[in-house]
Write a protein of this length. Structure first.
Length: 160
């Protein structure tokens, strides 16, 4: 059974995201196997602390080539924005993300609801004549695994 999610009639707002540098983990995965990489978030914070890096924002999942098909392989970057890179990135890498023009929506609620949220957002996106450029970002502004209904995730859908 698919959850029904209520979002405002016109939930998306156009947004320009400025470039940023991040301590980054990159892999290829599918939506069906995405949870296999959940451990990386804690490891990024540990490595950043070990290297003396200052975080400059919340963790982001950056999807390149994701289609919504659970078994389609796409590139995933798990990125921890930082102020200034150190000489070494340790077990990870540094990556600079370019300026990003997107349609954004802030979802407050459980991550389990995101699939239904995406269905609603893409319906509105395509209905307004926009197209996705193949990039999606999720910015995890607030994480609370004990009370998932309080999580805050900004969804950024790249515009073509």
């Amino acid at each position: 059974m698919t959850a029904t999610i209520e979002i405002p009639e016109k939930p998306l707002s156009d947004k320009e995201i400025t470039p940023f540098t991040a301590l980054c983990f990159t892999t290829f995965t599918t939506l069906a196997t995405l949870s296999e990489w959940n451990h990386v978030v804690g490891e990024l914070y540990i490595e950043a602390a070990r290297l003396g890096l200052t975080p400059a924002g919340p963790i982001q999942y950056v999807y390149v080539g994701v289609t919504g098909d659970a078994y389609n392989e796409f590139q995933l970057d798990i990125a921890l924005p930082i102020v200034v890179p150190a000489e070494s990135a340790g077990t990870f890498s540094y990556k600079t993300f370019a300026e990003f023009r997107c349609a954004a929506y802030t979802h407050t609620g459980a991550w389990a609801d995101l699939s239904a949220v995406y269905d609603a957002l893409f319906g509105q996106l395509y209905g307004s004549g926009h197209r996705n450029d193949g990039h999606i970002r999720e910015v995890y502004a607030y994480i609370n695994k004990n009370q998932p209904e309080t999580c805050v995730t900004e969804i950024q859908i790249g515009l073509a």
